[in-house]
Design a protein around this ligand. Sequence first.
Ligand code: PMT
Length: 408
Amino acid sequence: MAFSIRNLVLGVTGGVAAYKAAELTRLLVKAGVGVRVVLTEGGAQFVTPHTFQALSGRHVFTNLWDTRVPNGMAHIDLSREAGAILVAPATADFMAKLVHGTADDLLSTLCLARECPLIIAPAMNRQMWENPATQRNVKQLRQDGVIILGPDSGDQACGETGMGRMLEPEDLMELLDAAFQPKVLRGQKVMITAGPTFEKIDAVRGITNQSSGKMGFAVAKAARDAGADVTLIAGPVSLPTPAGIRRIDVESAQDMLQAVNAGITLQDIFIGVAAVADYHPLQQFEHKLKKDANILHVELAPNADILANVASLPRPPFCVGFAAESQNLLDFAEQKRKKKHLPLLAANLVQTAFNSDENELVLLDDAGRHHLPKSDKLTQARQLIAHIAKLMQHGNPTTPVKHIDQSA
Ligand code: PMT
């Protein structure tokens, strides 16, 4: 996936979480980002410049008076080249400096002399974080347009537990990238279904499918990154909950239907990515069935079609369906779109879509077909979200309420 920033200044201030900045540097470089590390005096007490130099492949800056910079203006040159400055970890003291515009070392001077966005990842003891002075500073920094990522809550180096841990490098990478996505769904409420459903036969057996939830979770992240308020209704999958997303776990299609119905009237957009089982066993056994030599007959009854139900509401949200087909992809998908009266449907091949990290969607709408070249699922999801925003912006009608054939 192409990272949204090409060049970054990474400021490292004096906290024990500075060790995480080393891993962050490695991940940024791996993602193709040019990283210039600026260490404060305190930061250099925790991790040496050599570590960052080896990981970034570039000189590390520690001093406002660095003679390697020909014009003697490292604070100007570094910020001019950067797409953003990220300070991780940002100590309570450094945040206070930012609030007051103090410029008494290279990093604080750089932050004051910048034109690019400033992002900070606070890291401190929980009492320092909760202190009214720090909270006042957080508020002021937000008002000044500084993007604050984290902190997280959990075990701290001081032995206490609470809010103040710096986010893990992988989470910071994700949120940093997210911060630079266009906010095309700002203020919209989006509900997404993801993963398979599990239709119970007995205490241990059931009917399910191979959906991993990856596509649905990617769509949820892309909607969040576009500024939406996201509710993710997930069948049984083993994926972690993406930061900033409300997740409701369900098991069966009936559970999923109930969870959708409970919140759907508040939504602006509904995206059905889940591979919902079309049938459930008519009879469910509380205890494990004993094996014998006879053929086991399981009678199956159809499940309600969640997406079709939502699309037939008196005031439906903007409804988007998915269709996975193993043959005649575009014809079968278009038939589904028409039957469910959807303004947009994303078609994908069973063979490439299920349980893989990549996908290749074809978006079907009233204007025709839009092919998204094969890429990772988050890139596909971002293109889908951009397409939804475009259709909504151009006044595409929400799902028309007419006869809905629920047999598709
Ligand atoms: O989870 P992954 O491993 O990443 O795989 C992603 C995926 C292949 C599951 C996903 O990209 C996908 O294609 N999901 C839809 C699967 C499908 O073919 O669904 P369907 O044809 O049964 O249903 C069509 C649409 O109606 C879907 O939006 C579905 O969520 C919805 N539906 C279907 C049945 C039902 N009872 N309720 C529904 O809401």
